[in-house]
Design a protein. Structure first.
Length: 128
């Protein structure tokens, strides 16, 4: 079970990385909705972090955003160190995932089912 301090540290890092990425001037990150979903330690020593990136536009956009963030990883690490006042900043590895696209698709399917269900109930009430 992860301890409270490690969880708080991870949330602080996630919040700061999100802010730093929002300040980047790379045009590949400006068009579309890109989100940092999860951060996890890449090894037991905690010397590296895996940062999962997703985009509402799909996996191709998420891969492009992850590549862009990976190319700016040195700058992001430097900013993290200065903003969080930590001596050692772990290495960062950005990984693309299609979780946002998948969630949007599931939400759309649920809405369709709910709409079909309400139409079916109206038809049953009219038939009585």
């Amino acid at each position: 079970m992860p301890n409270h301090r490690a969880q708080h540290s991870t949330e602080s890092i996630k919040r700061e990385i999100t802010a730093i990425v929002g300040e980047l001037k790379d045009p590949r990150l400006k068009d579309g909705f890109v989100s940092i979903l999860k951060i996890s330690s890449s090894d037991k020593s905690g010397s590296g972090l895996k940062i999962f990136v997703s985009a509402l536009e799909g996996m191709d956009k998420a891969k492009e955003a992850a590549e862009c963030m990976q190319s700016a990883a040195g700058y992001i690490r430097k900013e993290l160190g200065s903003r969080l006042h930590i001596r050692y900043v772990p290495s960062l590895r950005f990984i693309a995932t299609d979780a946002l696209e998948y969630a949007a698709d599931i939400s759309k399917k649920i809405d369709e089912v709910m709409q079909n269900q309400s139409v079916g109930e109206e038809n049953n009430n009219l038939g009585e």
